[in-house]
Design a protein around this ligand. Structure first.
Ligand code: SRM
Ligand code: SF4
Length: 576
């Protein structure tokens, strides 16, 4: 009788060896930075610089021309600056503004995870750019890479007491989950810690030499706002309060994520599950133990299957919970009730409980440039509160005292920023990822196209009498899902140049994913495709019914609750 051969274990992904051999993320980064014969760095270094918050890119607008001329691509770098909870000071704003001019392409990008991105930094300016960021007491460490990224927290000031308590916990989690390697300071700040404290010993007590199998994202949400899109992330904490509004603890969520690959049905967006409840003083330990579960059980053989969402999907919530509790040595509580109303920002002025007020400025897709950049520089020069980057890529000028408010108001008026939030409900709830020309993975335009598309759709929205109706519309240049498009009531995901998969039916409050409505819609067909939907919604909606709920109720999409909801072709196994 012939024996059935045992299946060979799959080999580890090559990045695992690269990480192990990198001497805690040093690799050959320094050598590559010093190499003046090329404007970029090696493949291996490119994997490692991510952990330092840095991506090599090239200006894709110039690719064809450069190729024709037989020249090297127009290499540039992107640097992502970690801002836990999105809170920074006016002097940090001024520093970022200046670095964007002196070292980048003159624009600042507020990301949808409350970080800054500098684009267009050329290699010979990279080290001094990061040096300047560090001088401003900010850093790029772990803004990208197989580690916990920037920790997000609701910046909503009208819940001020609760917010500051939650922010402090979010910062403690951010600190605990930060890599301990000295490589970052060695490479970018000459081992001089400008933020205070001793350089840590070169070991990674929590991560180990190979860090995590893949990126890991942690957020804190404060109901009723779900602006952080808590169900889109690997790990989430939802603030729970008692009847007096005092923080009693957090519901813990695990296993959310957006990214997928077109036509690979074993990749899919996934909503996080609620794992249990913990007290505020237990949060940091819970976060650490959950990260170590993913460290030990995440798939290190296949990067397309390596996110925590697949560990949770494959092993099941019961197993995850018991493994987390085993490591904690105590049991999580039963999840409490929470209710989210929406995922958006509250624009314009809001008053805080202590007499201060806050202005949330609509910045289309988070790109700070031209007049808005100048205006914000002037505001930062006089503002004595702080700035808060929102999870929707906008900016809050926070904690403005009654004495300072007239001056800030005048500056907003002078630079015509005071009316930006009078746009349609569609525009105010729009979000695009960066895509072209910097993103190497973009299949189609996004940030440069969505504003024009919304302008065209605004006419339809007005005609349908929906001007002030908030409808969440999001676009990405590829299915990696950076703009969280699978949580949009109307989502567009780049398929190929000028073509988008169109998705409908997510919940307005971020608790239900959308479903593919039409594959590969040419850009020129989008308005005619959306027009009848808006008209029908206007005519047939139930009182208070949101567009995403309507689309599902009337059967524009029929979600099956399986990965097939997101793909338009038969499955193909993911590549090695
Ligand atoms: Fe992202 C990769 C931009 C939020 C999922 N993302 C990229 C890169 C770095 C492209 C690359 O790998 O070469 C993009 C840089 C473009 C550029 O030129 O700047 C990029 N992602 C962004 C930002 C800037 C979009 C924005 O316009 O705001 C966001 C930066 C957040 C931050 O500050 O940390 C950004 N990315 C997200 C989100 C949304 C979120 O986290 O809330 C997601 C979906 C959630 C998730 O992680 O599942 C997301 N980005 C991805 C993925 C797919 C990951 C996956 O699980 O498959 C990639 C590609 C990858 O990792 O291989 C990616
Ligand atoms: Fe780039 Fe795709 Fe992310 Fe957009 S969704 S920034 S195109 S990786």
């Amino acid at each position: 009788m012939s024996e059935i051969p045992e299946a060979k274990p799959k080999p580890l992904h090559k990045n695992e060896q690269l990480k192990a051999d990198s001497n805690f993320l040093r690799g050959h980064i320094r050598r590559d930075l010093e190499d003046e014969t090329s404007g970029t760095i090696s493949e291996d270094s490119a994997q490692l610089t991510k952990f330092h918050g840095i991506y090599p890119q090239d200006d894709r607008d110039l690719r064809a021309q450069r190729r024709k001329e037989g020249r090297e691509k127009a290499y540039i770098f992107m640097a992502r600056v970690r801002v836990p909870g999105g809170v920074c000071t006016p002097s940090q704003w001024l520093a970022m503004d200046a670095i964007a001019d002196s070292h980048g392409n003159g624009t600042l990008k507020i990301t949808n995870r409350q970080s800054f991105q500098l684009h267009g930094v050329i290699k010979r300016n990279l080290r001094s750019a990061i040096h300047e960021v560090n001088r401003a007491l900010l850093d790029t460490l772990a803004a990208c890479g197989d580690v916990n990224r920037n920790v997000m927290c609701n910046p909503n000031p009208h819940l001020s007491g609760l917010h500051s308590e939650t922010l402090a916990i979010a910062r403690a989690v951010a600190d605990r989950l930060l890599p301990r390697t000295k490589a970052y300071h060695e490479l970018w700040v000459d081992d001089t810690l400008v933020g205070g404290g001793e350089p840590a010993a070169d070991e990674e007590p929590m991560y180990g030499r190979t860090y995590l199998p893949r990126k890991f994202k942690t957020v804190f949400a404060i109901p009723p706002s779900n602006d952080v899109d808590v169900f889109a992330h690997d790990l989430g904490f939802i603030a729970i309060t008692d009847e007096g509004g005092r923080l009693t603890g957090f519901d813990v969520t695990v296993g959310g994520g957006m990214g997928m690959s077109h036509n690979q049905v074993d990749t899919f967006p996934r909503l996080a599950d609620v794992l249990g409840f913990c007290r505020p003083d237990q949060v940091v330990d819970v976060a650490e133990k959950i990260v170590t579960v993913q460290r030990d059980f995440g798939d290190r053989t296949e990067r397309k299957h390596a996110r925590f969402k697949y560990t949770v999907a494959d092993r099941g919530l019961v197993w995850i919970r018991s493994e987390v509790e085993r490591r904690l040595g105590w049991e999580l509580g039963a999840p409490r009730r929470f209710e989210f109303t929406d995922t958006g920002d509250r624009y314009g002025w809001t008053d805080g409980p202590n007499g201060d007020s806050h202005f949330t400025l609509f910045i289309e897709n988070g790109r700070v440039k031209d007049a808005a950049k100048t205006a914000l520089r002037e505001i930062a020069k006089v503002h004595r509160g702080d700035f808060r980057l929102t999870p929707n890529q906008h900016l809050m000028i926070a904690s403005v005292t009654p004495a300072d408010r007239p001056r800030i108001e005048a500056l907003l008026r002078e630079h015509v920023l005071d009316t930006a939030h009078r746009a349609t409900g569609l525009r105010l709830n729009s979000m695009a990822c960066v895509a072209l020309p910097t993103c190497g993975l973009a299949l189609a335009e996004s940030e440069r196209y969505l504003p024009d598309l919304v302008t065209a759709l605004d006419a339809e929205v007005e005609a349908a009498g929906l001007r002030d109706d908030a409808i969440v519309i999001r676009m990405t240049g590829c299915p990696n899902g950076c703009g969280r498009p699978f949580l949009a009531e109307i989502g567009f995901v780049g398929k190929s140049p000028g073509k988008y998969n169109m998705y409908l039916g997510a919940a307005f409050n971020g608790t239900r994913l959308n479903t593919l409505y039409r594959p590969s819609v040419p850009a020129s067909d989008i308005v005619p495709t959306v027009r009848p939907l808006l008209r029908r919604y206007s005519a047939e909606r139930l009182p208070g019914e949101r567009f995403g709920d309507f689309a599902t109720r009337v059967g524009l999409v029929n979600p099956t609750g399986t990965p097939a909801d997101f793909h338009d072709k038969a499955p193909a196994a993911h590549s090695a």
